[in-house]
Ligand binder design. Sequence first.
Ligand SMILES: CC(C)(COP(=O)(O)OP(=O)(O)OC[C@H]1O[C@@H](n2cnc3c(N)ncnc32)[C@H](O)[C@@H]1OP(=O)(O)O)[C@@H](O)C(=O)NCCC(=O)NCCS
Length: 148
Amino acid sequence: MTTIAPLTEADHDEWIALWRGYLAFYEADLDDATTAATFERLVDAGSGIHGALARDENGTAVGIVHWLTHAATWTTTDYCYLEDLFVSPEVRGGGVGRALIAHVRAWAEQHGSAKVYWLTAESNATARVLYDRVASRSGMIHYQISLS
Ligand SMILES: CC(C)(COP(=O)(O)OP(=O)(O)OC[C@H]1O[C@@H](n2cnc3c(N)ncnc32)[C@H](O)[C@@H]1OP(=O)(O)O)[C@@H](O)C(=O)NCCC(=O)NCCS
């Protein structure tokens, strides 16, 4: 059975292994200082960034999810943005990803968010199988201006 709990300092080594797997999935080369700062913010209750870790029945860490909320003009509450989701390749297809999304949804409901939303690559067919089952497509297209 999968258990999901908020990230704590004690989870660092297991978190970083999953985080590195996630970065590798995206072929992202993130500097260590940013990774360290991200973890510190994830375990700092006042930072505004939240994280949870999934463990299997043996206590092995098998997945992570990170999210944050932001104010919005179309609601008097806020929106919850699910930024990162990763499940160990060895346990994929077993419901961990679905459980991690459900965890964020429950958290957002408890904290009064008007919605949970996230982005994914159009080409991420595996993730989209799951997303099409638990959410609806917004129809929006994502634009950005990268600033150095
Ligand atoms: C996307 C990801 C998080 C899904 O995690 P997961 O634990 O495998 O997801 P689940 O097992 O909860 O899958 C939920 C549903 O999708 C289906 N599914 C999962 N992987 C599938 C696959 N490769 N092919 C077909 N269906 C699949 C499952 O059968 C399940 O459906 P069901 O519950 O109705 O039976 C995982 O594949 C992953 O970490 N991928 C790499 C990183 C990534 O893409 N992150 C998301 C970025 S936006």
